[in-house]
Design a protein around this ligand. Structure first.
Ligand code: CDP
Length: 222
């Protein structure tokens, strides 16, 4: 049995969230932002005043906190944190806590459970095609030039372009050099460089590729 999963991985600012949401609408699948799960854990770490460098305590939080990611928003232990998890405090620590193996194992299990409960989905993250859903029907590595990525992030959240570029570069470095499930294109992934391309174009390319693969093969829901 193959679950209907489209895995979209790539670095910050490549357009993953916008593209993944639109692809999900186009192919009628639910959308899961796995970064929001890691951000939820990072939020709880800061809320509890725990040092993000304390791997044991951070891992304990990841294993006990209740992070719920649904289209309507994100809650942590029942409190709505949809906006808070996008703030600079969470952004500056999330990649550090995402290097811890116990944190990642907990997130992977939650992501697989989410997809089973929802009968498939368009799943966006850093290790979806490589580790979480290596059997996804379609795997995409979405990237863009560093300049384009920084400019997009500034357009979304404001701030100084040089500071944002530096913060993205630092997260890229941590995400792609960590031991456990580093950011890299999955085997068999289609790599798409979204620099200079419209959202519609990229969404159409991915939706068309999905239509192709879902016509062939034994595909079931859930
Ligand atoms: O939206 P943006 O691309 O800036 O980041 P995000 O998707 O919200 O993810 C935030 C951070 O969570 C990433 O920089 C990674 O450190 C971590 N992450 C991860 O390690 N694995 C995932 N599947 C998703 C996110």
């Amino acid at each position: 049995m193959t679950l209907r999963v489209i895995a979209i991985d790539g670095p910050a600012g490549a357009g993953k969230s916008t593209v993944a949401r639109a692809v999900a609408r186009a192919v009628s699948l639910p959308y899961l932002d796995t970064g929001a799960m890691y951000r939820g854990v990072a939020f709880a770490v800061l809320r509890d005043g725990v040092d993000p460098a304390d791997e044991d305590r951070v891992s304990g939080i990841a294993e006990t906190v209740d992070v719920v990611v649904e289209p309507g928003g994100v809650t942590v232990d029942g409190h709505v944190v949809t906006a808070d998890i996008r703030g600079p405090e969470v952004t500056s620590v999330v990649s550090v806590i995402a290097t811890y193996s116990r944190v990642r194992a907990t997130m992977r299990a939650a992501q697989r459970a989410w997809i089973l409960a929802h009968g498939g989905g368009v799943v966006e993250g850093r290790d979806i095609g490589t580790v979480v859903f290596p059997d996804a029907l379609l795997k995409v590595f979405l990237t863009a030039s560093p300049l384009v990525r920084a400019a997009r992030r500034v357009a979304q959240v404001g701030g100084d372009v040089d500071a944002i570029a530096a913060s993205i570069a630092e997260r890229d470095r941590i995400d792609s050099t960590r031991q456990d499930s580093p950011l890299r294109p999955a085997e068999g992934a289609v790599t798409i460089d979204s620099s200079g391309r419209s959202v519609d174009e990229v969404v159409r390319e991915i939706s068309d590729a999905y239509d192709q693969v879902s016509k062939s093969g034994d595909v079931t829901r859930g």
